[in-house]
Ligand binder design. Structure first.
Ligand SMILES: C[S@@+](CC[C@H](N)C(=O)[O-])C[C@H]1O[C@@H](n2cnc3c(N)ncnc32)[C@H](O)[C@@H]1O
Length: 266
């Protein structure tokens, strides 16, 4: 019988809705999912309204986590990158709402990484400089929350490709590297290659399948292929799917015949 991984359209970009596409994939076929979903902060995405009613947004995210859990192998990992809330009328931080949703799905919480982006940020709204009347904390960080399905241990016998230094760096709970440039990549919210690189090396064996269900400009796929993992990218914008495909050609120097196919999911 074909393994679940052999039933996947490996090393491709699936152009379609995240939920519909996830539901079309075989169960228990993915070892590691790494994603940064839309943050619902009104980013100008090509094919998504990033200003949903907050409850509607959370309901949608909850469905995506459940659909992702189904495709993970036992011991498979889910890493979600999410920023700090910028809107003051939200009472619970989004990363904490996500943790609650995943714990309710019986996913096992592994921990949280604080990604220190070292970003320049404005330190006061007009009139609030050095005032204690209503000062705000200005986020320079984002979160990566990490879960396992069913068990903490991931079975596999391929030797790890982590160096001692990489292992030490990955085990620390604060990760330090700068953000990616939107202009350079041509996408409203790309994360830097270092983010999936670390997660892939730390949480998967060479040869494993890595998924990003909000694949954007394809950063997770690029990092996975560089590190000898198989990948699957999903995005509902044909423009971003083409952008991701072009990055394989430009940044990986792949020949046209080796760049990933884009498969349209109706
Ligand atoms: C934060 S971005 C991901 C960026 C990615 N990590 C990168 O490095 O380029 C979120 C992505 O989700 C995609 N998206 C939004 N709604 C979607 C949906 N319903 N199904 C699939 N993708 C969706 C957007 O097009 C966008 O590219």
């Amino acid at each position: 019988m074909a393994s679940q991984q052999e039933k996947l359209p490996l090393d491709t970009i699936l152009c379609g809705d995240a939920l519909d596409t996830l539901r079309s994939l075989p169960a228990e076929s993915v070892h590691l999912a790494i994603t940064s979903p839309p943050y619902n902060l009104d980013k100008p995405y090509a094919n998504h309204d990033d200003d949903l009613d907050y409850e509607e947004y959370l309901d949608w995210m909850g469905e995506v986590w459940a659909a992702t859990k189904r495709v993970l192998v036992p011991g498979g990992r889910l890493c979600i990158n999410i920023g700090e809330n910028k809107r003051q009328n939200i009472t619970e931080p989004t990363y904490s709402a996500f943790i609650r949703q995943l714990v309710d799905l019986d996913m096992l919480y592994r921990g949280t990484v604080i990604w220190n982006k070292h970003s320049a940020a404005k330190h006061c709204a007009w009139g609030s400089w050095k005032s204690c009347s209503n000062p705000h904390i200005v986020p320079r960080h984002e979160y990566i929350i990490v879960f396992s399905r069913d068990q903490f241990k991931l079975d596999g016998d391929a030797p790890s490709d982590l160096t001692a230094d990489e292992f030490m760096t990955a085990t620390r709970s604060v990760w330090e590297f700068g953000p990616e440039s939107r202009k350079r990549i041509g996408h409203p919210a790309p994360f830097p290659m270092e983010l999936p690189r670390r997660l892939i090396k730390f949480y998967s064996y060479p040869g494993n399948v890595v998924l990003d269900m909000f694949g954007g400009s394809g950063t997770v796929g690029l990092a996975a292929s560089e590190l000898d993992r198989r990948y699957l990218l999903i995005d509902n914008s044909p423009d971003y799917c083409r952008l991701a495909r072009d990055r394989f050609e430009k940044e990986h120097g792949l020949f046209q015949s080796d760049v990933p196919d884009i498969i349209t999911i109706e």
